[in-house]
Design a protein around this ligand. Structure first.
Ligand SMILES: CC(C)(COP(=O)(O)OP(=O)(O)OC[C@H]1O[C@@H](n2cnc3c(N)ncnc32)[C@H](O)[C@@H]1OP(=O)(O)O)[C@@H](O)C(=O)NCCC(=O)NCCS
Length: 210
C-alpha cells in the first residue's frame, strides 16, 4: 500500500509504499469542463458509474451518456496515467432554497477510484483539491451526501457531517427522506449565521442527492 505522496501531481509522482519502497508514477492531474472532457476519459467515468450505481441507469436513463446536467456546471478533476483513469471527482454548483434563504451551493460528486488503485490516497488527494476550490469559489455553502461509512474519509478534508439534518429527495410534490449523510461547509457570513437552520428544517435537495 502506498502511504504518502512525496511530490506534487504536476509530473512524475513519487509515492512511498508501506514497505518503504519509493515508486514513481506518471500520474497527471487533469481538469475539464464536461464539454472539454475527452471521450476516452468520459467513457471510463461512465463505465464506472454504470456498474457501481446501476440505479442511475434505468428507465429513460438506461442508455445514459451524460455525466451531470449542464445546469449544474460540472468541472471534472481526474488523475490519469497513460490514458488510464485512476480517480475522478466532479465539482458542481446550483442554487438551493432553504428556510427562507437562497444559497449558492457547491458540492462534490462522482468521487471514484478504480479498484486496482484504491487505498493509495488518490481520492483523498482529489477531495482535498476539490475542497480548496470550493472554499475559494465565492459560494455560500458546500453540500453533498455520502454513505455514513465514508464520514471520516470526508471529514479529514474539512467537511462537517450534519447528523441531525433531514434531506428530502424525489418529486417536489411527494419527497422522501434520503438515507445518506449530509456533509457541509459553511462559507459565507449568511451561511454561518443560518447554520442551525440546516439541523432544524428539512432540506429539499432535488430529485436526487449529489
Ligand atoms: C471511496 C473511494 C473513492 C476511495 O478511493 P481511494 O482512492 O481508495 O481513497 P484513498 O486511498 O484516498 O482513501 C481511502 C480511505 O477511504 C476509506 N474508504 C474507502 N472506501 C470505504 C468504504 N466503503 N467504507 C469506509 N471507508 C472507506 C478507506 O478506509 C481509507 O481510509 P484510511 O486511509 O483511513 O484507511 C473508492 O473506494 C471508491 O471508488 N468507491 C466506490 C465509489 C464510492 O463509493 N464513491 C464515494 C461516493 S460518496
Amino acid at each position: 500500500m502506498i502511504t504518502s505522496y512525496l511530490a506534487s501531481l504536476s509530473g512524475a509522482l513519487a509515492v512511498r509504499t508501506s514497505r518503504g519502497i519509493v515508486v514513481t508514477m506518471s500520474v497527471q492531474l487533469l481538469e475539464y469542463s464536461s464539454r472539454e472532457l475527452p471521450d476516452s476519459l468520459k467513457c471510463q467515468i461512465l463505465s464506472f458509474l454504470r456498474t457501481t450505481w446501476p440505479e442511475d441507469f434505468v428507465g429513460p436513463n438506461r442508455l445514459r451518456t451524460w455525466l451531470s446536467p449542464e445546469s449544474h456546471h460540472p468541472l471534472h478533476l481526474l488523475l490519469v496515467e497513460n490514458g488510464i483513469l485512476i480517480s475522478h471527482l466532479e465539482i458542481k454548483w446550483k442554487n438551493l432554497d432553504h428556510a427562507g434563504q437562497t444559497y449558492k451551493l457547491y458540492g462534490l460528486s462522482g468521487v471514484l477510484t478504480y479498484p486496482a488503485f484504491r487505498g493509495e490516497g488518490h481520492a483523498s488527494h482529489l477531495v482535498r483539491i476539490g475542497t480548496v476550490r470550493i472554499r475559494a469559489s465565492g459560494g455560500d455553502i458546500g453540500m453533498f451526501h455520502c454513505r455514513p461509512a465514508l464520514r471520516s474519509f470526508y471529514t479529514r478534508a474539512g467537511w462537517i457531517p450534519i447528523d441531525r439534518a433531514t434531506t428530502l429527495v424525489g418529486m417536489p410534490s411527494a419527497p422522501v427522506p434520503s438515507e445518506n449523510l449530509m456533509m457541509m461547509l459553511f462559507l459565507s457570513d449568511k451561511a454561518v449565521a443560518h447554520r442551525s437552520d440546516f439541523e432544524i428544517e428539512p432540506v429539499y435537495f432535488g430529485r436526487d442527492t449529489w
